[in-house]
Write a protein that binds this ligand. Sequence first.
Ligand code: FAD
Ligand code: NAG
Ligand code: NAG
Ligand code: NAG
Ligand code: NAG
Ligand code: NAG
Ligand code: NAG
Ligand code: NAG
Ligand code: NAG
Ligand code: NAG
Length: 573
Amino acid sequence: MNSVKLAKTPLTLSLILCITLYFNVVDAFFNLTCRCFPGDSCWPTTHQWDNFNMTIEGRLIATVPIASYCHNDAFAPYDEQKCAHLKSIWGFPKTHYESSSSIMAPYFANQSCDPFLARDAPCRIGTHVQYTVNATNFFDIQKTIAFSKEHNIRLVIRNTGHDYLGKSTGPGALGIWTHHFKDIEVIDYSSRYYTGKAVKVGAGVQMFEINEVVHAHNLVVVGGNCQTIGFAGGYSQGGGHGQLASTFGLAADQILEFEVITSETKILTASQSLNEDLYWALAGGGGGTFGVVLSMTSKAHPELRTAAANLTFTNAGISRDTFFNAAKIFITGLGPILDAGGVSIWLLTESMFTTTPTTIPGGSKDQLQKLMDPILQTLKRDNVTYRYFIEDFPSYYESYQVMNPVSNITEAQLGGRLIPRSLLDSSPGVIMNAFRNILTLKNTALLSGVSVNVSRQADVQRNSVNPAWRDAAIDLVVGTSWNYTNWDNDLANRELITNKLLPELEKITPGGGAYLNEADSAQPDWKQVFYGSNYDRLRDIKQKYDPDDTFYAITAVGSEHWTQKADGRLCTS
Ligand SMILES: Cc1cc2nc3c(=O)[nH]c(=O)nc-3n(C[C@H](O)[C@H](O)[C@H](O)COP(=O)(O)OP(=O)(O)OC[C@H]3O[C@@H](n4cnc5c(N)ncnc54)[C@H](O)[C@@H]3O)c2cc1C
Ligand SMILES: *[C@@H]1O[C@H](CO)[C@@H](O)[C@H](O)[C@H]1NC(C)=O
Ligand SMILES: *[C@@H]1O[C@H](CO)[C@@H](O)[C@H](O)[C@H]1NC(C)=O
Ligand SMILES: *[C@@H]1O[C@H](CO)[C@@H](O)[C@H](O)[C@H]1NC(C)=O
Ligand SMILES: *[C@@H]1O[C@H](CO)[C@@H](O)[C@H](O)[C@H]1NC(C)=O
Ligand SMILES: *[C@@H]1O[C@H](CO)[C@@H](O)[C@H](O)[C@H]1NC(C)=O
Ligand SMILES: *[C@@H]1O[C@H](CO)[C@@H](O)[C@H](O)[C@H]1NC(C)=O
Ligand SMILES: *[C@@H]1O[C@H](CO)[C@@H](O)[C@H](O)[C@H]1NC(C)=O
Ligand SMILES: *[C@@H]1O[C@H](CO)[C@@H](O)[C@H](O)[C@H]1NC(C)=O
Ligand SMILES: *[C@@H]1O[C@H](CO)[C@@H](O)[C@H](O)[C@H]1NC(C)=O
């Protein structure tokens, strides 16, 4: 600043100085541009955390990374046996969802306390949440929101921790853990819009729990293929596909109402007739940003007989062309199965194709067999050896139990794209070419598809699910394997997905979308790709119910106002 000016405009300048000083003081006292970070002077003292803990009846958990006994650092003494055991169960989702902080997606764990690294590798809280509130009632959540606002601390909602995009963790964050909201009630619901059976579930209920209960009532709900994901959390709020999605629509389409706590710590009911805008946003607009859902009420449907088949073949003894031609016949020939209300979950790599399973809920074995015949004939004609199994099940539940392999955590990095039905019908060769290009660029990549038609129920009230879902025939995921001890290679794979592999799919689906729960967290233009034409309205609803951006999650609605710095600090951009 120049002293001549200073002499010339004393009044204006002192005003400016005064304002600047004011902001400096406020900034120093209460960091305005960034969330307060551990180590900052604004970070609460131990005494303040203790006081907070007392107001929530001792439910505050200070994070101790679950792999701490694999390292020399701080938290716990090194214990070889415990560490070996932990490594042997690391792939099971339970290892992580029973923890208040553990992160399944390895990229977002950032090797903070990685059991597969050497004993002398650091073990830090790192990208885990710093503290978590093991919430069991409305007041726990209300007080946690208030405390995080008072101290300007990053707030994260954690349910099971399955999220692929790192949305249920955050460096320097305080977590609200919803896992123990386990109530399940089967009810008769009646409103202007729906009369029939429904389930009301607490935010922490997982697929395997709800499936048991509805089956006992001879009912089904639209749920995921993975038994351990949360039903009311990121899954249903983000869309939610599964083997019943061609029959009834997406999980988000089944939602009748939510009980939700907003950033202003009010408890609201959101439905088609109450706080309709919030209801619309929460049904499909993604978890972690509009408020904390306490409970969700969703439609339940009568049980139905189900036919299911699985099929596996490899490239052993056949040419690459023969192998990919067989895969093409299956994948691009799924239209009639979708039209019959079926869903196919399949996986294609350079050397193997498998569908586990392909299902027609409400259909018969004969019907499904006829639809499988073209691929089986091709396999026979081309001398491809395969394993095949088909069965009629008296209920969807039994089909799900027998045909659905148990899911581990996903130790892969991924990106995704919704492939439109029109492209499948008009240009099957174009789709298969793109898949082959991807496998040529990265021969260890995997392509995982859920082939489905979520628009067969024309009367369903439209919600904020990405419109691209409505035209889709395949939710496609591209994955690259993770190596716990080769971080540089993992980072290179991540860039490969964003810059090389996904563009092969973007090229053939210009202006298209992706499923926000199964996508690349570094997706350029994510607002358009994940939310399509719904984005602006979603952002307005976010501003209305969370004007201070109390909730943040990477790629969630409203997150464009924030940037996470290299050290994890979250600042407004
Ligand atoms: C092995 C595996 C299999 C999968 N299979 C399927 C599948 O078949 N179909 C499918 O559609 N998806 C599937 N997914 C993706 C799944 O839908 C997402 O991972 C989803 O985010 C899981 O939700 P969650 O609540 O269990 O997880 P979390 O990671 O705990 O949370 C996910 C997001 O939801 C937010 N959230 C959680 N609870 C609440 C709440 N009460 N209120 C507000 N926000 C909340 C979190 O803040 C976060 O942003 C699968 C994922 C994995 C890892
Ligand atoms: C405010 O944030 C900055 C980083 O942007 C940090 O260096 C500083 O310590 C913080 N101030 C206080 C008072 O915590
Ligand atoms: C909170 O209080 C409970 C009960 O007194 C205690 O067990 C727990 O360790 C406390 N949490 C923290 C982070 O201090
Ligand atoms: C699943 O995880 C468990 C525990 O880590 C592991 O033993 C098992 O091999 C994994 N299964 C698959 C199919 O990867
Ligand atoms: C969380 O709370 C539930 C319900 O009170 C309790 O059963 C569980 O042990 C708690 N978990 C932790 C890690 O404190
Ligand atoms: C198909 O499912 C049956 C029944 O669960 C199982 O025994 C078989 O191994 C599966 N086959 C393939 C190819 O996945
Ligand atoms: C399949 O095998 C039969 C018998 O061995 C052979 O005659 C036929 O040419 C083979 N077909 C192909 C496509 O390889
Ligand atoms: C889904 O099925 C309906 C009803 O059969 C049909 O009109 C629609 O075109 C199909 N959509 C997709 C994307 O397959
Ligand atoms: C993982 O990377 C290490 C090098 O850091 C290598 O030795 C190892 O073979 C890799 N593992 C796999 C399964 O590729
Ligand atoms: C991830 O780990 C690296 C290496 O330890 C560290 O420099 C970086 O700050 C961490 N990132 C985050 C977001 O915490």
